[in-house]
Design a protein around this ligand. Structure first.
Ligand SMILES: [Zn+2]
Length: 217
């Protein structure tokens, strides 16, 4: 099947919910963000107060240096795979659909501000980036850090990830650890004759894992 070269115009002049639903309706599973990046680039380019740049499927828009203080508003374009949750819909004042929460709602807010606020009280860089939901090597912010770090220069940055409208100073992220523990094998019908390596590990050499079950304050 050939690539569908269809330009989608995003409703940046309307309500945020409507814009969020439109973003949901452009599928952007990780590694397939091109159509959404195209639509966002096109919407940003319609705003004359912005300079728009494209690196891969990362779209960056900056307003001009006027205040000497720069804030980054950033959000990722990709979603996890669909699960019978497309297209998006608005029901009872809420938006439903793949990525409504994580994080096309946040992308809609950033896009809304980018296109509608021509003279913000600080300088703003808007970054819409690819491949956040997959291995770090593909992450669009990493690519910008390697290829165009000037776009990441700022005094402050807000990632528009969902946090129920609370400001979170960081997020716990993920960690992958390879652990070796030792036991002694035995026939399962005589299990007491061996030593279970996992049971041995619990609370001893793997005790350092316990704090990871608690949410930091
Ligand atoms: Zn996210």
């Amino acid at each position: 099947m050939g690539e569908i070269n269809q330009k989608v115009s995003l409703p940046t002049g309307g309500e945020l919910a409507e814009l969020t639903a439109a973003l949901i309706d452009i599928p952007s599973e990780s590694h397939n963000e091109k159509a959404l990046a195209d639509a966002i680039e096109q919407a940003l380019k319609s705003a004359k107060h912005l300079s728009v740049h494209r690196i891969g499927n990362n779209v960056i828009a900056t307003n001009h240096n006027a205040h000497g203080v720069r804030v980054i508003l950033a959000g990722h374009l990709d979603t996890v795979p669909a699960n019978n949750n497309l297209p998006g819909r608005i029901d009872g004042g809420r938006v439903f659909g793949l990525g409504a929460c994580d994080m096309k709602g946040g992308v809609a807010v950033a896009l809304h501000l980018a296109t509608r606020v021509a003279s913000p009280s600080v300088d703003v860089t808007y970054i819409f980036y690819e491949a956040e939901e997959v291995a770090a090597e593909f992450n669009g912010l990493g690519r910008l850090a390697r290829e165009a770090p000037e776009f990441l220069a700022a005094d402050f940055a807000v990632l528009m990830e969902p946090s129920n409208a609370n400001v979170e100073a960081g997020c716990q992220g993920t960690i992958r650890i390879q652990v070796s523990t030792h036991g002694e094998r035995a026939h399962s019908a005589r299990s007491w004759m061996g030593r279970n390596a996992i049971h041995q590990a619990h609370g001893k050499s793997c005790g350092f894992l316990n704090p990871m079950n608690q949410r930091g304050s």
